[in-house]
Design a protein around this ligand. Structure first.
Ligand SMILES: [Zn+2]
Ligand SMILES: [Zn+2]
Length: 339
């Protein structure tokens, strides 16, 4: 098999991911081996590759939104067979015994292992996944279209739920990348009025074309929001969201790594406004979101790159040049391959 490995984090301009052969993985007890056909590229991968997110183990193969076909089934696996399509998400494993796991919050499990951070991920032709954490994917999405749903889509959905937005409510999205585009479609499906704030004028147009009620720069005020989600990895954007929040509203920060949040007057938080982060996802989040995505149906805008161009795809995310989601097509099963 082949993999793109990170030996040492560094600026993306230096192409830190190294392309090369790797040992074929074997399916341990409880594991599947899958032949990867598509893996979407997440901003978290960029933060890991550049060192903003500290590596937990090196070398590591990044990639936590992978789709492929099962080619080997380990001992003590039930419910999976060779040839079946499987999806791999960020939550690679959780203990199942701690108080978080036992209360439906496996995303907070202190022993959790994450794909592409603790376990080798999908920037490879082959990978292993704990069978209990592999996802079934709806038929309506081909491999390339399904991949970006697995992190950007699922985390956006969890953020919407934590924000407490009700059908018909007024929602703000601050920062507008792949995840926000998917969250916008869910919120519109729920009948919410959505206001998008982002620096990029092309992203503003895209938001309007997907049904946003308004789209403008961060300084442009919105009508009073019931809830807001921030996607930009900048603390100042959290304050921008808070400024537009109605009393009782919540700002959810969708970022694993964030700059310092600048000081702000307590008046912005007063009257039961709250700020919270969204961390990781549960299997239930993924299952619920994938069903919803198929029912809507959600449209994932993708830019397709061959596996060996992962450094280039990450560079384009770094420069804000990717529209929708960057997806690596891997092996021969990826349809419509182009660069
Ligand atoms: Zn991600
Ligand atoms: Zn646990």
């Amino acid at each position: 098999m082949r993999a793109l490995r990170l030996d040492r984090p560094g600026p993306i301009g230096d192409a830190p991911l190294r392309d090369g052969p790797a040992h074929d993985p074997v399916a341990g007890p409880g594991e599947l081996v899958i032949d990867v056909t598509a893996c979407a590229v997440c901003r978290t991968d960029l933060q890991l590759v550049e060192g903003d997110l500290a590596a937990r183990t090196l070398p590591i193969v990044p990639g936590h939104q992978a789709v492929g076909r099962v080619v080997a089934v380990g001992d003590r696996v039930s419910g999976w067979a060779s040839g079946e399509r499987a999806g791999v998400t960020w939550l690679g494993w959780a203990c199942g015994r701690c108080r978080f796991c036992r209360s439906g919050r496996e995303n907070l499990c202190p022993e959790a292992e994450f794909t592409g951070w603790d376990r080798d991920g999908g920037y490879a032709t082959r990978m292993t996944v704990a069978a209990d954490f592999a996802q079934r994917l709806p038929e309506g999405f081909d491999d390339l279209a399904a991949a970006p749903l697995l992190c950007g889509g699922v985390i956006g959905y969890r953020a919407l739920r934590l924000a407490g937005i009700e059908p018909g409510g007024r929602l703000g999205l601050f920062g507008f990348g792949a995840s926000a585009l998917l969250a916008l479609q869910v919120a519109r499906h729920w009948g919410c009025e959505v206001h998008v704030r982002t620096r990029s004028s092309s992203e503003q147009s895209r938001a309007l074309s997907f049904g946003a009620a308004s789209a403008a720069g961060y300084d442009e005020p919105t009508p009073a929001l019931d809830a807001a989600i921030t996607f930009a990895p900048a603390g100042a954007v959290v304050v921008a969201a808070l400024r537009n929040l109605d009393r009782g509203g919540t700002v959810v920060i969708n970022a694993i790594h964030l700059d310092a949040i600048p000081p702000f007057p307590y008046d912005l938080l007063w009257l039961e406004r709250s700020i919270r982060s969204v961390a990781n996802v549960t299997r239930a989040d993924a299952t619920e979101f994938l069903e919803l995505a198929a029912a809507i149906p959600i449209h994932a805008e993708i830019e397709n790159y061959p596996l060996e161009k992962a450094n280039e795809a990450l560079g384009r995310i770094h420069r804000g040049e990717v529209h929708g989601a960057a997806v690596l097509s891997i092996g021969e099963a990826a349809p419509g391959q182009k660069t």
